[in-house]
Ligand binder design. Structure first.
Ligand code: PEP
Ligand code: MN
Length: 341
């Protein structure tokens, strides 16, 4: 249920409602808006209804949250969009974010060179995997702790906040030391214990859509993180499995405006994993930006032909500045400007 307070409701009136909701065993989510405060009461609907809060001082109305994803729903923020702040870089709202870097951290040179290039071209965050979810157990699994150390060095040199994947709760502590944004990969979107754990950790999370997950399932996955009190979540469309085999995955562009209608959370797009091919990365990025994405997370490598992982889809580092200039124009069409520090 959502308890919408009257304009000018006092702190005492708000506290009173919060106490009563908590007293009924429900969880409270407070959303102080510009004009009115909304209190989300997450719990047994019957119990909350029995409180008859309509008559309480300062309460304007009580409305049910109809969606199963309560905290992610547009409704709970009464239309306001979430804008994340990652080390001064804004994600969401009028901002368009470029998250760029290699698929995986391979070496010191490769990591630092890529970080320098993407920073110079205007990227706001640096991506790179130290723990890699690979389809084959025989494929390179990432440098692990050494990879995290190199990411920390890249951050120290460029100042770019780090986005890196967490696959296993056992690696939570070292990942949290380096990551500014914890990435939950497509294959782990429904790993509910992992989601709850990153929720409790409180670090911003980039949650990728599962290969065959519906938007409802993606939002329910985000709910596991939000429910723990972590509100810094961005969603990522990265291509889904369809009957089409001509490219790696099908980038679901429709998901972007629809997710933004369903949820207040920022939506970024990964054109690299969707395409699987470098030549498709730019057109897909332009389309994503034009349709209102809040940013892209894109793979870049100084020498893609030598990359250990996902080389065919990596942009050449030397082409990255030209790519940014094009994407910036498409973002402008959707009323967004590149997010800067
Ligand atoms: C990645 O971004 O490195 C990755 C493995 O992506 P996904 O989980 O979308 O396959
Ligand atoms: Mn990759």
């Amino acid at each position: 249920m959502m308890i919408v307070m009257k304009q000018g409701a006092t702190k005492e009136e708000i506290d009173h409602v919060v106490d009563r909701v908590e007293g009924a065993g429900a969880r409270v989510h407070l959303s102080p808006g510009e004009e009115v405060t909304v209190i989300g009461a997450i719990g047994d609907r019957e119990h909350i209804a029995r409180l008859e809060l309509e008559g309480a001082p300062g309460v304007d109305r009580v409305v049910p949250i109809l969606k199963p994803y309560k905290l992610a729903s547009t409704q709970i923020r009464h239309g306001e969009r979430t804008v994340l702040d990652i080390g001064g870089r804004k994600i969401g709202g009028p901002h368009f974010s470029l998250i760029a870097g290699p698929c995986t951290v391979e070496s010191r040179d490769q990591t630092l060179e890529t970080a320098r290039v993407v920073k110079e071209a205007g990227a706001s965050l640096f991506r790179g995997g130290a723990y890699k979810p690979r389809t084959s157990p025989y494929a390179f699994q990432g440098l692990g702790q050494e990879g995290l150390r190199l990411l920390a060095e890249a951050k120290e040199e460029t100042g770019l906040p780090i986005v890196t994947e967490l696959m296993d709760t056992r690696d939570l502590e070292p990942v949290l030391e380096v990551a500014d944004v914890v990435q939950i990969g497509a294959r782990n979107m429904q790993n509910y214990s992992l989601l709850s754990e990153v929720g409790r950790a409180g670090k911003p999370v980039l949650l990728k859509r599962g290969l065959s997950a519906t938007l409802d399932e993606l939002l329910m996955a985000s709910e596991y993180i939000l429910k723990e009190g972590n509100e810094a979540v961005m969603l990522c469309e990265r291509g889904i499995r369809t009957f089409e085999t001509a490219y790696r995955f099908t980038l679901d562009l429709t998901a972007i405006p629809v997710l933004k209608e369903m949820s207040h959370l920022p939506v970024v797009v990964d054109p690299s994993h969707a395409a699987g091919r470098r030549d498709l990365v730019t057109p897909l990025s332009l389309a994503a930006a034009a349709v209102g994405a809040d940013g892209v997370i894109v793979e870049v490598h100084p020498a893609p032909e030598e990359a250990i992982c996902d080389g065919p889809q990596a942009l050449y580092a030397e082409d990255f500045a030209a790519y940014v200039a094009q994407v910036e124009r498409a973002a402008d069409l959707a009323g967004k400007a590149l997010s800067a520090v």
